[in-house]
Ligand binder design. Structure first.
Ligand code: SF4
Ligand code: SF4
Length: 109
């Protein structure tokens, strides 16, 4: 069975989820300051890995992410990054090339 490592870290307004396998490293970067809370990503995530944050409190001035991410449920499909109208989600995929030391980096969004 393929080994999958996941981790999550927070830096300023960026919440980053990472998934590493023998073949690739994927990073899903959510910049919650860019997010307008439209909830398109929450509705379309095929794994229900996204949920609405405290939108009413945020509208009154609370500093919190409009979208909450469950990194265990996320399968790094990139749909949220592809459909977010303001590019608050970005996904980066680095494919590991087995025959060389070089990795091929692809920016999806
Ligand atoms: S990458 Fe896919 S599974 Fe993960 S949060 Fe986005 S839409 Fe959901
Ligand atoms: S689609 Fe983009 S702007 Fe809308 S809630 Fe999701 S991250 Fe925020």
């Amino acid at each position: 069975m393929m080994e999958i490592e996941k981790e999550m870290d927070v830096e300023d307004s960026h919440i980053r989820c990472k998934q590493r396998t023998a073949e690739s490293e994927k990073v899903l970067d959510y910049d919650y300051k860019k997010c307008v809370g439209c909830s398109i990503c929450v509705a379309l995530c095929p794994k229900k890995a996204l949920a609405e944050g405290p939108l009413q409190e945020i509208a009154k001035g609370m500093d919190a992410p409009p979208v909450l991410i469950d990194p265990d449920a996320c399968v790094f499909c990139g749909m949220c990054a592809n459909f977010c109208p303001v590019h608050a989600f970005r996904m980066t995929v680095k494919e590991k090339v087995p025959t060389t030391e070089n990795a091929l980096a692809t920016e999806i969004s």
